[in-house]
Design a protein around this ligand. Structure first.
Ligand code: ADP
Ligand code: MG
Length: 566
């Protein structure tokens, strides 16, 4: 292994050479306190910065075993270090020269505590994976700055990230918060709940582009009738709204906080950082947001539980379209979630197709059942729960027809929830909707879909395609972009990178095979569970972030090159 002093000399000798000469420093270097591995060297100062790893042995890093003794703590600690790294890097980096010269950067986390491939901790070492902008003046190497970046700044950074230098209380609190949140999510099923919103939680955000808690927010207070309590391992006694399995309606006037509550529940599948306000908003891990998504493709999906008897006998049991309508896209979103055994569906009337949600008595009288291909959600929502065991939480301020099918009705009034179940049921009895129940094809009997994985789909101009990701919106894969704008439970672009890698991994592992769609997804998830996100790529990627099977499936299902057979 080359010594760090030699690296410094080598860099100085590269001074004023063409940028490509940096290629020669790819490799592994021994520093007194750590090992530096330069994995990928950028081609020019404006390109994606160079990728490197640092391995700090635990004798130096000094993290007590207790802080990463179980997966929940380890993820909490790793997440803390990502944030700490960014803070320290901000302070010590010096952006000199052209392009990204001098940059020191790691994946940018949001408000969620997530597993990421940029920090690892075990009994042997701490590994940090990040990007460096190798310094240039114009397109010539600045060797002296490079030597300072690698041989002075990086050791400074490492020193700041050893346990002795960290704010111990903040570390402990971060880890405890994550562990409590995981514990609460486990408790949900034991206590027969699908979601929990703690008293005192702050749900609204500052704005659509600012994820921090709204500072003038009214804290959440649970209605006494729906209040539950837990004794958390760290935080101790906590109380809040417990949402039971079944059908839950969230009603209330416009602007009274319905969508804000649902949004918090959508993201309650993830844990949140201390101070976020949603640390103890906890949703069943298999809860899926459902919405209408006009324009999305649908591939070979059995839509018959919701859409049947199209004009001219067009079948809907193997339905494909490159441009789904509002109702069709929402039906597809539901059935795809069920294909992967979602346990809770989250629906907001603001983003649904009305004709999929409801057909009221007058419309039933005017347009006979035989003329309407759609079985509305209101007629599938009970069997969905009683037969399939899938609960629904719906924001529904506009249609009282749902009172009949609801187990629980929560009214939001000036951002505060009230239990109005009894009243809603009384109203339903007093003013019957007189709708006819419209039986649809049974749920759960859908045809299994077979993935046809054609590696050619991932080749472009005879070369394997590179993955590109645009924010949270798009994965560019193969010949096309996968539009994920409306997949609302994605929170970091690193999830999209990992999902893209998972799709490539599937093609490598099972080329041409006839795996069922669900089995393909399960193969990815079990590999990730056993060997980590890193196992999705042969390269030591620094920017993969945890994803669920639902979001992986969402990407595949929106990929226009997806091939499905019976
Ligand atoms: P609805 O879906 O009932 O029409 P929203 O959830 O969209 O209402 O909320 C309306 C507005 O109220 C939003 O700007 C939101 O940020 C704000 N809001 C929501 N909850 C609270 C709260 N607890 N305290 C203060 N403002 C809130
Ligand atoms: Mg709303």
């Amino acid at each position: 292994m080359i010594d760090h002093t030699q690296l410094a000399q080598q860099l100085q000798q590269l001074d004023r050479k063409g940028y490509k000469a940096y290629n020669s420093i790819q490799g592994t270097y021994r520093f007194p306190e750590f090992t530096l591995i330069l994995d990928r060297i950028q081609g020019d100062p404006f390109a994606k910065p160079s990728q490197c790893r640092i391995q700090i042995p635990q004798e130096i890093a000094g993290f007590p075993v207790d802080l990463y003794a179980n997966p929940s703590r380890a993820v909490g600690l790793r997440d803390f270090l990502v944030r700490q790294f960014s803070q320290v890097a901000q302070q010590i980096q010096q952006r000199l020269g052209t392009g990204n010269s001098g940059l020191i950067a790691m994946v940018q986390p949001g408000s969620e505590i997530l597993e990421r491939t940029c920090v690892f901790i075990d009994d042997q070492q701490v590994e940090l994976r990040f990007w460096l902008g190798l310094p240039a003046q114009g397109r010539r190497i600045n060797g002296y700055q490079a030597a300072e970046l690698l041989c002075t700044k990086i050791p400074q950074l490492v020193a700041c990230l050893c346990y002795a230098q960290l704010p111990t209380e903040a570390v402990q609190h971060h880890i405890a918060t994550n562990e409590d949140a995981d514990w609460l999510r486990q408790q949900l099923s034991l206590q027969n709940l699908v979601a929990f919103v703690a008293d005192g939680a702050i749900l609204p955000r500052r704005s659509g582009i600012d994820d921090r808690p709204l500072d003038t927010a009214i804290p959440f207070t649970s209605p006494a009738a729906l209040r539950v309590e837990f004794q958390c391992p760290h935080r101790g006694l906590i109380s809040g709204l417990g949402i039971r399995p079944g059908v839950t309606l969230i009603v209330g006037g416009g602007y009274h906080g319905k969508s804000t509550l649902l949004k918090a529940l959508e993201l309650g599948i993830y844990n949140h950082i201390p101070g976020d306000g949603r640390e103890f908003v906890i949703t069943h891990a298999d809860a899926v947001k459902i919405r209408a998504e006009e324009g999305r493709p649908v591939t070979h999906l059995d839509l018959s539980p919701f859409i049947n008897h199209l004009p001219y006998q067009q079948p809907t049991t193997q339905f494909s379209t490159s441009n789904a309508s509002g109702s069709t896209s929402q039906a597809a979103n539901i059935l795809e979630a069920l294909e992967l055994e979602a346990k809770v569906l989250l629906v907001d009337e603001d983003t649904t197709a009305t004709n999929l949600m409801i057909r009221d008595r007058r419309m039933q009288a005017l347009i006979a059942k035989g003329q309407e291909p759609i079985t509305p959600f209101i007629d599938q929502i009970r069997p969905l729960y009683t037969v399939q065991g899938v609960s629904s939480i719906l924001v529904m301020g506009g249609s009282g027809d749902y009172f009949e099918v609801a187990d629980t009705v929560i009214a939001m009034t000036a951002y505060q929830p009230k239990d109005v179940t009894a009243h809603a049921h009384q109203i339903a009895a007093q003013y019957p909707s007189d709708r006819n129940y419209e039986a649809g094809q049974p749920l759960g009997a859908s045809r299994p879909r077979c993935l046809k994985l054609d590696p050619v789909a991932l080749v472009w101009n005879d070369r394997p395609t590179k993955i590109k990701v645009h924010d949270l919106r798009q994965i560019i894969l193969g010949r096309e972009a996968i539009d994920l704008t409306q997949v609302e439970q994605l929170v970091e672009s690193g999830q999209l990178r990992a999902i893209a890698a998972a799709i490539q991994w599937l093609h490598r592992q099972y080329p041409g095979s006839n795996l069922s769609f669900a089995a393909g997804i399960a193969a990815v998830m079990s590999t990730v569970a056993a060997a980590g996100l890193s196992s999705l790529s042969p390269f030591p990627e620094s920017d993969f972030v945890y994803f669920r099977r639902f979001e992986l499936a969402a990407a595949l299902n929106r990929w226009r090159s997806l091939r499905i057979e019976d």
